[in-house]
Write a protein that binds this ligand. Structure first.
Ligand code: SAM
Length: 264
């Protein structure tokens, strides 16, 4: 494939993968078989799509840039199990799009556009698409936040939100030399495996709000960040775990947020 004629759009996060070894490593991490329905967000010129299509049952791609249609049609001409939808993934009705397919596993594989990485992952969870596995390439520092453990500098409300639903592991770093055009920073391929058992939460929206509020001001403690909550109750729950209201959100494990959300 000749990428010379492509007018790369920086505003759409277009950094196309040109290293076949990395493509193979991503695909091998995704455990795709004929009973798998794969969603790819941002196929670009089809670097990952072709390998996915050769292994999966069906592949649905969402590509915002209609000008890539000619090259994608050409690259994917040999496959009759691929549907490319030229639309913004953030506006897509994915549950409607997948309902006519029969499959045993729904997975997402993507080299995500860096400017909408978090909204895309949020959508996959909030819209209840909930793939059983996601293998996603993201900027290295974003991957650090997804995987961060408590008391580390990258641990924030996003880490808690994502880790509530998924076991998240960084798989490997990808040098910026593996893309055209070359991005400023390195990337990381991250695996999200849907948890078989999640901690029971009575009201998921209350839980999401609690974690957002708890981390609102990074340097402030829970007494300040949760001042609109019933602080006596919060304190009582914290005391079970050896904390009080002077603790900061980044010191708390996921299960403590769940306990607070369920009991206030
Ligand atoms: N998958 C290709 C690869 O690995 O070479 C391209 C990856 S490139 C980092 C991101 C792709 O996402 C681009 O093709 C871009 O046009 C597309 N994209 C950007 N924003 C999008 C959105 N909101 N919805 C769907 N696709 C989007």
């Amino acid at each position: 494939m000749d990428l010379k004629n492509i007018n790369f759009k920086k505003s759409l996060g277009q950094n196309f993968l040109i290293d076949k070894n990395i493509v193979d490593k991503i695909i091998n991490s995704a455990q795709i078989d004929r009973e798998t329905l794969v969603i790819e967000i941002g196929p670009g010129s089809g670097a990952l799509s072709k390998s996915i299509a050769s292994l999966c049952g069906n592949l649905i791609c969402y590509e915002i840039d209609k000008s890539l249609k000619t090259i994608l049609d050409e690259e994917l001409a040999d496959f009759n199990n691929v549907l490319v939808k030229y639309e913004d993934f953030l506006n897509a009705d994915v549950l409607k799009d997948i309902k006519d397919y029969s499959y045993k596993k729904l997975i997402v594989v993507a080299n995500l556009p860096y400017y909408v990485t978090t909204p895309i992952i949020n959508k996959l969870i909030i819209d209840n698409i909930m793939p059983s596995l996601m293998v996603l390439m993201v900027q290295k520092e974003v991957a650090d936040r997804f995987c961060a453990k408590k008391s580390s500098k990258n641990y924030n409300s996003l880490s808690v939100f994502l880790q509530y639903h998924y076991d998240i592991n960084p798989l490997f770093i990808v040098s910026n030399n593996c893309f055209i055009p070359k991005p400023k920073v390195d990337s990381c391929v991250v695996r999200f495996k849907l948890k078989d058992e999640k901690l029971p939460v009575n009201d998921i929206n209350k839980f999401y709000k609690l974690i957002r509020d708890s981390f609102r001001f990074k340097r402030k403690n829970l007494k300040n960040n949760l001042s609109s909550y019933d602080l006596d109750k919060v304190n009582l729950i914290l005391s079970k775990y050896g904390f009080d209201l002077t603790a900061r959100a980044e010191e708390l494990d996921l299960n403590i947020f769940v306990d607070i959300a369920n009991n206030i």
